[in-house]
Ligand binder design. Structure first.
Ligand SMILES: C[S@@+](CC[C@H](N)C(=O)[O-])C[C@H]1O[C@@H](n2cnc3c(N)ncnc32)[C@H](O)[C@@H]1O
Length: 254
C-alpha cells in the first residue's frame, strides 16, 4: 500500500467504514491470524480445549486477532498491547465495544511482565506473541518473563520459521531492517526459555490451498509452545485439527 493510500485507510472515517463493511460481509474477527483458516481454527480449538484464564496478545496493530478471540469468548479477559501510539488509538477505538478487552499502550515486554506481576493473566494464560516491526524486538524478553513466572501456559509465536516447511514465511530480527538479521526460530528463542520449565512444541504443516478459500495467499509460520503442560500436550495431539495440520517437534526446547 502506498503511503498516501495508507494515510487515507487510517483516517477515522475510512477505518470505521472499512471495518463495518468487512464485518457485515465476513463476520467480526475476519482479519485475525493472517486470515488463514487453519491458523485461526487452531487458536479457537486451543481456546475450546483448555480452560485458559486470559488471552494476551503482543503487537495489536489493527486488533483483528484480539477481536476474534473477544467475539468467540466474551467472558475471557483479553489483553492486547501496542507500542505505536497512533496505532494503539485506532485499535483501542475499534476494540472498545468488547467489554472483555483491555487495550494497553506501551512496550509489550514490560506489559507482559506487569500483567504477570499483578496476577491479571491468571493460572493458565494463552499468549499470542506478535510484536515486530520496530527496531527492538521484545520477543525474547516477553518469553523470559513468561518463563520466569513458571506455571502452565500456551504460547503461540507468529512469523516463526517452521522446520522443513519452507512455504511458511517468517521474520528476521535485524534491529529494524526486515531483510537481514537473526531468524525468528527455535535457536533464537531457546536462550529465553529457562528450566525447570518443560516445553513441548507443535508446528504447522499444510498448503496455502488448505488455508485460503481463494486457494492462495502468503502463509506465515508459527509455533505453539506448551509450557509445563506435557500431559495436556499429548492429549491435544489426538484432536482432529492438530492431527491433520500440525506436527510435533522432536527437539526438547529447554
Ligand atoms: C504484525 S503486527 C501485529 C498484528 C496483530 N497481532 C494481528 O494479529 O492482527 C506487529 C505490531 O507490533 C507492534 N509492536 C512492535 N514492537 C512492539 C513492542 N515493543 N511493544 C508492543 N507492540 C509492538 C507494531 O507496532 C505492530 O503494530
Amino acid at each position: 500500500m502506498s503511503d498516501r493510500v495508507l494515510q487515507l485507510r487510517n483516517t477515522r472515517l475510512v477505518d470505521t467504514l472499512y471495518r463495518r463493511t468487512r464485518d457485515l460481509l465476513y463476520g467480526r474477527g475476519w482479519g485475525a491470524f493472517h486470515r488463514d483458516r487453519i491458523y485461526r481454527s487452531l487458536v479457537l480449538d486451543l481456546l475450546d480445549t483448555f480452560a485458559f484464564t486470559s488471552f494476551v496478545e503482543t503487537g495489536t496493530y489493527r486488533g483483528y486477532s484480539s477481536e476474534l478471540v473477544a467475539v468467540r469468548h466474551p467472558r475471557l479477559p483479553v489483553f492486547t498491547v501496542e507500542v505505536v501510539e497512533s496505532t494503539y488509538r485506532r485499535s483501542a477505538r475499534a476494540l472498545k465495544r468488547y467489554r472483555n478487552v483491555t487495550a494497553l499502550l506501551g512496550t509489550s515486554n514490560e506489559a507482559v511482565r506487569r500483567l504477570i506481576a499483578e496476577g491479571k493473566v491468571g493460572e493458565m494464560p494463552l499468549y499470542y506473541l506478535d510484536a515486530h516491526w520496530q527496531s527492538y524486538w521484545p520477543l525474547r524478553d516477553e518469553l523470559r518473563a513468561i518463563s520466569a513466572a513458571g506455571g502452565k501456559a500456551v504460547i503461540v509465536i507468529d512469523d516463526f520459521e517452521v522446520p522443513g516447511e519452507p512455504q511458511f514465511g517468517f521474520d528476521l530480527d535485524g534491529g529494524g531492517d526486515p531483510t537481514h538479521g537473526e531468524k525468528c526460530n527455535l535457536d533464537y528463542i531457546r536462550p529465553a526459555l529457562s528450566s525447570p520449565n518443560v516445553y513441548r512444541a507443535i508446528f504447522p504443516r499444510y498448503a496455502a490451498a488448505d488455508a485460503f478459500a481463494s486457494g492462495g495467499g502468503p502463509l506465515r509460520g508459527h509455533v505453539v509452545l506448551f509450557q509445563n503442560m506435557s500431559e495436556e500436550f499429548e492429549r491435544y495431539l489426538d484432536r482432529p485439527l492438530p492431527r491433520s495440520y500440525y506436527f510435533r517437534h522432536a527437539a526438547v526446547v529447554a
